[in-house]
Design a protein around this ligand. Structure first.
Ligand SMILES: *Cc1c(COP(=O)(O)O)cnc(C)c1O
Length: 393
């Protein structure tokens, strides 16, 4: 037998916190329980037909069968730039300030390889998307947690970061509209972020995956709308959430030209870009009428109402989230995130995500995702109303 030793960078990845829940799900299914998962943030509505048709058409074209470029087609990068101009009023040079990604997750993980040397500090929000810390650890960096607290609207307080930490930090990740909390940020917050980044010479990486998933006419701003943002940072975006294209794997990074160039050079050593037919399909979404996005939002709005109103009936005092397809909810007093998630699946067969899976400051919360067919979501909340009568707040 050969003895393989995992590299430290893989050994040091954070433990997978949903293992216990997955074990319970398997157990329940074995017992014949009709398990409903409200755990996964992945649109259940299909990709719009005009996007699929564009893929079919472009897949037939032999010009698309060869290696694409790592940076993405200029046509694709121009479509991203045009989208930014129309949606955010932000001007981008498609050649210098836009790079295509194989899903934004790819760039979020790889950016750390571009800017961290062994032991370098990177500021990561907690709770947060696990890829920020994961990518940093794989690149040899040291994540430093910045807590997102309900009393601060789940925004980081830069003045609370010790100055010796801020001085050492090379990068900062932020994400608004926010997964998992559903919190939103305004341009003023992004301007404070620019000021903090300038003071300490930190690269800002903003993740705007949920910019189009917003309710009641609210339009989340881009980080690049803040003045000076392009001098200190980049923004990661994606067609995954607005056009129900999570499986297609295409996104972008935009902003600071040197950073975009560094990502492109790194990528040229790792991948050869995304299939051009998929780039054309994503362009169809970006250039389209956005009517399908509005239709999705009508569906999420109905689901958001079902979740929030049901939880209110059960005794929770919670607000409607302004954006994202998540509802972030405090667990009742006598529970931890894990014990409550276990209790709910035990009693109802409904799976909720324990908040501590997104970092230690997620402890005391759970997340419900609205990407479940409406009748199933209703059934899940009805079961909870029926079976969880005894919980105390
Ligand atoms: C879904 C999601 C993404 C998007 O990932 P893709 O790789 O573009 O599919 C990025 N960031 C967050 C926080 C997400 O929830």
């Amino acid at each position: 037998m050969l003895k393989f030793q995992e590299a430290d960078r893989v050994k040091n990845l954070p433990p997978y916190l949903f293992a216990r829940i997955e074990q319970l799900i398997a157990q329940k299914k074995e017992q014949g329980v009709d398990v409903i998962s409200l755990g996964i943030g992945d649109p259940d509505i299909p990709t719009p037909k005009y996007i699929i048709d564009e893929l079919k058409k472009e897949a037939e074209n032999p010009a698309n069968h060869q290696y694409p470029s790592s940076a993405g087609m200029l046509l694709y990068r121009q479509a991203v730039a045009d989208f930014y101009s129309k949606r955010f009023g932000v001007n981008l040079d498609a050649k210098e300030e836009v790079v295509a990604l194989i899903g934004s997750k790819e760039g979020i993980a790889h950016i750390s390889f571009c800017y961290l040397n062994e032991g370098d500090v990177v500021l990561v929000p907690d709770p947060g998307y696990p890829v920020y810390a994961g990518g940093a650890i794989l690149a040899g960096g040291k994540p430093y947690t910045i807590p997102l607290k309900s009393e601060n609207g789940f925004l980081p307080k830069y003045e609370d970061i010790p100055s010796d930490v801020a001085k050492k930090a090379k990068m900062l990740f932020i994400n608004y509209p926010n997964n998992p909390t559903g919190a939103v940020a305004d341009v003023k917050f992004f301007e404070e972020t620019v000021a903090f980044a300038k003071e300490y010479e930190i690269l800002v990486c903003h993740d705007i995956a949920y910019s189009e998933i917003a309710f009641d006419g609210y339009k989340p701003p881009s980080f690049l709308e803040a003045s000076g943002a392009k001098d200190v940072g980049i923004e990661f975006g994606s067609v995954s959430k607005p056009y129900n294209m999570t499986g297609w794997r295409i996104g972008w990074a935009v902003g600071h030209a040197e950073v975009i160039d560094a990502i492109t050079r790194l990528k040229s050593n790792i991948d050869s870009g995304q299939f051009q037919a998929i780039q054309y399909a994503a362009m169809a979404g970006l250039k389209g009428s956005q009517d399908d996005v509005k239709e999705n939002m009508r569906v999420y709005e109905e689901r958001r109402r079902i979740v929030v109103e049901s939880l209110r009936e059960m005794g929770w005092d919670i607000e409607y989230p302004k954006a994202t397809f998540y509802v972030w909810v405090p667990v009742p007093k006598s529970f931890t995130s894990a014990s409550f998630a276990e209790y709910v699946i035990e009693k109802t067969g409904v799976v909720i995500t324990p908040g501590n899976g997104y970092g230690e400051n997620g402890e005391g919360y759970f997340r419900i995702s609205l990407t479940v067919p409406t009748d199933r979501l209703k059934e899940a909340l009805d079961r909870m109303k029926r079976e969880l009568k005894d919980i105390k707040f």
